[in-house]
Design a protein around this ligand. Structure first.
Ligand code: DGL
Length: 271
C-alpha cells in the first residue's frame, strides 16, 4: 500500500518541505497545494487563517491524502486543531517537531507576524526547555519579497538587517527558521549572524517523523527508489496562476513541475 501525502502552504515556501519529503521518501506520492491566490497568510487574522486551513485541508482530504505534513508554520501555529479535525488522517506538525531538535537555551525564532503573535514556538520550546530564553521576531517583509522572486538586493538586505539585529543583541546561538519560506534565505542569515549560530529548519525534524508514521500505516517502499520517481509521483496545484508558479518553483524543487490551477470551493460541500 502506498499512501498519498498532502502538503499545503500559502505559496512557494512549503516546497522546501516537499523537497525534503521527496529526498527522503522518493517512493511516496505527494500532493502539494500552494494557495497563491491568498498569499501571504502571515499578516491575516486568526479567523482567516483557520477558515483557510479548513477549506484547504478539506480539499486535500477529498483528493485522498492518507497523511498530512504541515508545510506552513502559520497554519500550524493557529490552525493545527482545524487541520487535524478536517484531515481525518495523521498530521505531522512542524512546530512540535522542532522543539526536540533544540539543544540550547538561547533561541531565536524568525517567523510571520501571525506565528509570532500566537506564541506557538515559545510554548513548544518551553515545554521541553523551560529555562530557554526565546527571542521571537516577526518578519512581514520576507514572504512578499520571496514570492516576487527577490532573493537578494538592498530591500531584502535592509529587512534582514532589521529582523536579525534583535537576535544578535540577545546573543542567541540557535535560530529557528519558523516560516517555510525562510530556508531559501539561509545564506543571507548565515552572513548576518555570528559564525557559531546554528540555523534550524523545522522541516528536517518533521520530515524525519514521516518515515516511521508511513511504516506504522503499512506504507513500505518496494524496490530501488530515485529522485525521478519522486518527481513523477508528485502533483503540484495552486489556487492562483499556474504558469508563474511553475517558473518560480524551479529553484525550490530543482526541477520545473507541471502545475495545475484548482478551485478549492468545489469541495466546500463535500462530506
Ligand atoms: N510559509 C508559511 C509559513 O511557514 C506562510 C507564510 C505567509 O504566507 O505569510 O508560515
Amino acid at each position: 500500500m502506498t499512501l498519498l501525502v498532502g502538503l499545503f502552504d500559502s505559496g512557494l515556501g512549503g516546497l522546501t518541505v516537499l523537497r525534503q519529503v521527496q529526498r527522503h521518501y522518493p517512493h511516496t506520492p505527494c500532493l502539494y497545494l500552494g494557495d497563491t491566490a491568498r498569499v501571504p497568510y502571515g499578516t491575516r487574522s486568526v479567523e482567516d487563517i483557520r477558515a483557510i486551513a479548513a477549506e484547504v485541508v478539506r480539499w486535500l482530504r477529498v483528493e485522498g491524502v492518507g497523511a498530512l505534513v504541515m508545510a506552513c508554520n502559520t497554519s500550524n501555529a493557529l490552525a493545527l486543531d482545524v487541520a487535524v479535525a478536517e484531515a481525518g488522517v495523521p498530521v505531522v506538525g512542524l512546530i512540535d517537531s522542532v522543539a526536540a531538535a533544540i539543544d540550547s537555551d538561547r533561541v531565536g525564532v524568525l517567523a510571520t507576524t501571525a506565528t509570532v503573535a500566537s506564541g506557538a514556538y515559545r510554548r513548544s520550546i518551553h515545554a521541553v526547555r523551560p529555562e530557554a530564553v526565546v527571542t521571537e521576531v516577526a518578519c512581514p517583509a520576507f514572504v512578499p519579497l520571496i514570492e516576487a522572486g527577490v532573493l537578494s538586493g538592498s530591500e531584502l538586505q535592509e529587512a534582514a538587517n532589521a529582523y536579525l539585529a534583535p537576535l544578535v543583541e540577545a546573543q542567541v546561538d540557535t535560530v529557528v527558521m519558523g516560516c517555510t519560506h525562510y530556508p531559501l534565505l539561509r545564506e543571507l542569515f548565515s552572513r548576518l549572524l555570528p559564525a557559531d549560530v546554528r540555523l534550524v529548519d523545522p522541516a528536517e525534524a518533521a520530515v524525519a517523523r514521516l518515515g516511521p508514521l508511513l511504516a506504522s500505516l503499512g506504507d513500505v517502499p518496494e524496490g530501488e527508489q530515485d529522485a525521478t520517481q519522486a518527481q513523477a509521483s508528485t502533483r503540484v496545484c495552486v489556487t492562483g496562476c499556474a504558469a508563474s508558479f511553475e517558473a518560480s518553483a524551479l529553484p525550490w524543487l530543482g526541477y520545473r513541475p507541471d502545475v495545475q490551477q484548482v478551485d478549492l470551493r468545489l469541495t466546500a460541500d463535500a462530506p
